[in-house]
Design a protein around this ligand. Structure first.
Ligand code: ATP
Ligand code: MG
Length: 288
């Protein structure tokens, strides 16, 4: 059976139970060679679509990546976007907020980096951290300058509403948002952490704090489930991408981005008769 983007899409209003969503599925590719071929095809088609996006300047594309550590966000972004003109694409990684960022509302820092029409913006982590890591560690809320006492339940509810409002607003103004949760099994995360310790060239990737966060796995899954259930909409859908096989995850992500771009049915701006005549006149001059 053919694998399609809709297999991974969270329908609006769905109640997500992550245990029921696979972290591994049938491979989209038959061999490593086949993988490279499919990825190259996707990358070439993406590059073409990005040029169309840029030349028509009607839409922006926002790609959001969220995942547990070692799920492969960086690799997906690197490989899938490798063929796209760097001028048409911007990647932002959002880490713990700075002092300045904490002086503002929780959407401020990401709003400043939203892609303009014609461009693809990639968020490696995003405002969703505010209902994920902060939900798992609610003590962080006390550093966020909110009015005390804090009613936690009310905070999450209001953040979800702000996010839904923002994404609808963006959609109405031409930004197409797609959100990826790279779904990694706890077992595979352990394997990848061990490889980061055992293989010297991967040591730099290892962080003690990642292991600490791993101990909150069930709490993260609960936070993700609620987030995916609440914020997947028809116009800004979540895709739960099985991430235990990195190559497969890259192909699935590129397939989903491509499908979304192709659905915009973009074409190069038409040249008017007047413009054509003007161009022909210039051509004659050049030929003299
Ligand atoms: P990599 O480890 O691949 O370099 P990363 O995205 O995990 O990428 P890190 O610097 O390891 O980057 O971690 C960033 C940390 O910042 C994550 O633990 C994330 O949960 C945290 N973070 C991001 N946004 C917020 C936020 N708004 N509030 C609190 N913590 C946040
Ligand atoms: Mg990390």
């Amino acid at each position: 059976m053919k694998i399609e983007p809709k297999d991974f899409r969270v329908p609006e209003g769905a109640h997500v139970e992550l245990k029921k969503w696979p972290t591994e599925v049938k491979k989209v590719y038959r061999s490593k060679h086949d993988y490279h071929k499919i990825l190259d095809d996707h990358v070439a088609a993406l590059s073409e679509q990005q040029q169309l996006l840029y030349s028509s300047r009607r839409h922006a594309m926002l790609l959001i990546f969220q995942a547990m550590d070692a799920a492969g966000k960086d690799g997906v972004i690197k490989h899938v976007m490798s063929g796209v003109n760097p001028q048409g694409c911007q990647v932002y990684s959002f880490k713990q907020p700075s002092e300045t960022e904490l002086q503002h509302d929780f959407l401020w820092r990401t709003n400043r980096q939203l892609p303009e029409r014609g461009r693809i913006g990639i968020f490696n982590r995003s405002y969703y951290e505010e209902v994920l890591v902060v939900r798992v560690h609610p003590e962080l809320l006390h550093d966020e300058g909110l009015v005390e006492p804090i009613n936690e339940a009310a905070v999450w509810k209001s953040r979800y509403r702000s996010i839904l409002d923002l994404e609808r607003h963006l959609h109405e103004n031409g930004t197409r948002t797609i959100k990826f949760f790279l779904h990694l099994s706890r077992h595979e995360q352990r394997k990848r952490f061990l490889a980061r310790i055992d293989e010297p060239e991967k040591n730099w990737k290892f962080s003690r704090s990642d292991v600490k966060e791993r101990s909150f796995w069930p709490q993260y899954m609960t936070a993700y489930q609620e987030c995916l259930s609440t914020t997947s909409t028809d116009h800004a859908p979540w895709y739960i991408v099985p991430a235990d096989d990195k190559d497969n995850a890259r192909l699935i992500v590129s397939m989903i981005i491509l499908e979304t771009l192709q659905k915009l049915k973009m074409s190069y701006p038409e040249t008017s008769d007047d413009r054509r005549q003007e161009l022909m006149a210039i051509r004659r001059q050049l030929a003299e």
